[in-house]
Design a protein around this ligand. Structure first.
Ligand code: S3P
Length: 435
């Protein structure tokens, strides 16, 4: 389905992003491993998190989804059951990588697959450490899904993570829950810590010292440990809110309130990037919720300077880079992204998809192996164009925002792909855009 974005005059009103995708995956998995029924309110309305719920259901948890409330009944840490059908992670890298950790610790064999895009994404990064812990895992070309995971008796490891990835960290910690002894993961740079927070909230023995996280498993003298079912509210997804922060920033007289947004410090580096570029952002009613932080964001239009995003900043803003790049032509100095080769193995090759679609809109772009440079306002105004998102939700949404201030209409092909994280995105955007 195509979606046409007509230029807007400004943005105003309020919007509430869907429940956080990263947190929803983790709560759904841990609830399925807990004893009893967990109630997960404001569960992400994202196809990705549906994939996680479906997988946990196939593994024996009872799952009910009523509007945005997921009720998941688990049967304890040893309560999962084998299923003959392959578990389908759809488009979701988080589902596949985190679940691989859980399945490595089971006493049965599982098949784990995904859509065409997910089958092209590297899995060796989780397969490697899980094998080290004792799991027997087969992968296509030893790197890609479908995966066959023969779980079994795992032993703990001290894993020095070679890359900054929350998914890899989480896969090892989740496997560590089932191992004998204490598993530790040391990160080279900080990544989102929702797994650690959620593990603690469900009652798992987890500790954090600097960049090292430890979890004690049930394989040894900790065999009687169980997770407790929880009643939890999921904060709105900051990575979804970012599309509205960007959109409001472009229009000088825009005034937007974004309600109920997750403000976990391992996710808010993007707000620092916006602030350093001159955006007008205010956090209101900041509160805590089950170890996570939540607040509202007031955004006003302001001229953006642009700048360079690189190094240790990259893993902390990895999902927001498509929006930042697509904002480049609306900034004074342009946007340069370095050290982000990881973007090439996301839901699409995001560097190539950004460069191609920015050029379609008339931007001046230099594509590099590990990033890109997008020229700022001096290179001319963007014009509406037909956008090819390559099935990638964040590319589709980033260019819908870029199209709001372009000359002439922008057509987003295959716009439904936004549903991977944010099914109501185009309707919400339409509601706050004044024409
Ligand atoms: C995620 C971690 C990040 C991010 C992804 C969600 C998570 O991936 O890009 O959208 O929920 O742990 P990496 O761990 O591969 O960096």
């Amino acid at each position: 389905m195509k979606r046409t974005i007509r230029p807007a005059k400004t943005l105003s009103g309020g919007v509430e992003p869907p429940g956080d995708k990263s947190i929803s995956h983790r709560y759904a998995m841990l609830a399925a491993l807990a004893e009893g029924t967990s109630e997960l309110r404001h569960f992400a309305a994202a196809a990705d998190c549906r994939s996680t719920l479906d997988c946990m259901k196939a593994l024996g948890a009872e799952v009910k989804l009523d509007k945005n409330t997921a009720r998941v009944t688990g049967h304890g840490l040893r309560g999962l059951k084998s299923t003959r059908r392959a578990l389908d992670a759809g488009n979701s890298g988080t589902t596949m990588r985190l679940l691989a950790g859980i399945l490595a610790g089971q006493t049965f064999t599982s098949q784990l697959t995904g859509d065409a895009s997910l089958q092209k994404r590297p899995m060796r990064r989780v397969v490697g450490p899980l094998r080290e812990m004792g799991a027997d895992i087969r992968a296509r070309e030893d790197n890609f899904a479908p995966l066959e995971i023969r779980g079994g008796h795992l032993h703990s490891i001290d894993f020095q993570m070679p890359m900054a990835s929350a998914q890899v960290k989480s896969a090892v910690l989740l496997a560590g829950l089932f191992a004998e002894g204490e598993t530790s993961v040391t990160e080279p740079a900080r990544t989102r810590d929702h797994t650690e927070i959620a593990l603690e909230d469900f009652g798992a023995p987890v500790e954090k010292h600097g960049k090292t996280i430890r979890v004690r498993g049930i394989g040894g003298d900790n065999g009687s440990l169980n997770l407790q079912a929880r009643s939890l509210d999921i904060p709105g997804d900051l990575s979804a809110a970012v599309f509205f922060i960007a959109a409001a920033s472009i229009f000088p007289d825009a005034n937007l309130l974004i309600h109920n947004v997750g403000l976990n410090p391992t996710r808010t580096a993007i707000l620092d990037v916006f602030a350093s570029m001159g955006a007008s952002l205010q956090m209101l009613s900041v509160r805590s919720a089950h170890g996570e932080i939540v607040g509202d964001l007031a955004v006003k239009g302001a001229p953006l300077k642009g700048g360079v995003i690189a190094g240790d900043q990259i893993p902390l803003v990895i999902d927001e880079l498509p929006m930042l790049a697509a904002l480049g032509p609306y900034t004074e100095l342009g946007i340069e992204i370095r050290d982000a080769a990881e973007l090439r193995v996301k839901e699409s090759d995001r560097i190539a998809a950004l460069a191609e679609n920015l050029r379609r809109m008339g931007a001046t772009v230099e594509e590099r192996p590990d990033g890109l440079r997008v020229e700022g306002r001096h290179a001319g105004k963007l014009r509406g164009a037909e956008i090819q998102p390559y099935g990638d939700h964040r590319i589709a949404m980033a260019f819908a925002v870029a199209g709001l201030a372009a000359q002439g209409p922008t057509v987003i092909r295959d716009a439904d792909c936004a549903g991977v994280s944010y099914p109501a995105f185009f309707d919400d955007l339409d509601r706050v855009a004044e024409r």
